[in-house]
Design a protein around this ligand. Sequence first.
Ligand SMILES: *Cc1c(COP(=O)(O)O)cnc(C)c1O
Length: 401
Amino acid sequence: MQPKELLALAEEFGNPLYVYDAATIEQQYNRLTSAFSKVENLRINYAMKALSNITILKLLKKCGSGLDTVSFQEVQLGLHAGFSPEKIIFTPNGVSFEEIEEVAKLGVQINIDNLSVLEHFGAKYPKVPVCIRINPHVMAGGNSNISVGHIDSKFGISVHQMPHLLRIVENTGMHINGIHMHTGSDILDIEVFLYAAEILFDAAKNFKELDFLDFGSGFKVPYKKGDIETNIEELGKKLSKRFLAFEKEYGRTLTLAFEPGKFLVSEAGFFLAKVNVVKQTTSTVFAGIDSGFNHLIRPMFYGSQHAIENISNPKGKERFYTVVGYICETDTFANNRQISEIKEGDILSFRNSGAYCFSMASNYNSRFKPAEVLWKDGKGHLISKRETFEDLIKNQVEIEI
Ligand SMILES: *Cc1c(COP(=O)(O)O)cnc(C)c1O
């Protein structure tokens, strides 16, 4: 989106503001399906924890997407957005057995990542088909918060526990209809992904009635020019070929599934915030914005480097700024970043603000969560309202003291 368009939205809807470009989401969806066009049965399940606004869910549904969910509430939101239960997969970790039961009762595909849960579920519901999440123990990417495939990870059933797993399946007579891996949200190297895929293919041979193989996600998107990103087209070519060969070997039609979050929505998002103060200290120029990690926690939480543009002065002379928030603790968005000259009152735009930004926003410091706008067909559509004081107190119970 152009700085002028974003600036007009900040004026129309106020700030801080989240803006999502519908066309970018559609493009990313189509890019992924095109990369795997050789695969007859391809299934994309959008990992909705990245951005769960109902209109965004509807947009992806219109593209043909299913949903990957991690909580009962996400399943409810998905159903509310119009997804049928068969288009939803539930991939929880560490949730209660009751929650898994509740979701299964809705007819949603269950993905189990723990042997004790598998045994319990298989004994109680031997007729309900279940997908199993395998941990292939492949280290993808460098961020330890989001890398989930390594040996100490809490996710998935270790591929080394296959004999135990098979015993449970045999004893309970349950039906395993899918096999799944998700190696983490930071895949740099396609070869590493393909290596993990081989482990999944190997594991799949242990089950005779699979309907799908789910390769999870973790596709990396660029944050700035020159950043490494997952080459989806190359991955599509290589993995499709290998998948089709495996399908033949397996002797049964299979669906190839993915569950991307970041890949579909990260680049579509812009976070807009006004500069309250420009503060020159002895060594640094701070630009303090009218927001903080309550609205955008990724830089503080993951060390994410979101590109920042001054959309009020996009062509200005570039200077160095440290961009900080208003939270009463260290709250740095960028250190010594080159940004076109900032004056108080200017609007800054943070790129890659579609995934894990609004969905991780909080009311810390008793601030309202920002509004969200979808940019579609050259117009901004409000898709969630800015919170009000009512929202801050609506669940509080005031007692006589
Ligand atoms: C979070 C998550 C995803 C999505 O990861 P991205 O890096 O956003 O694509 C996919 N699958 C599972 C099981 C997840 O927990």
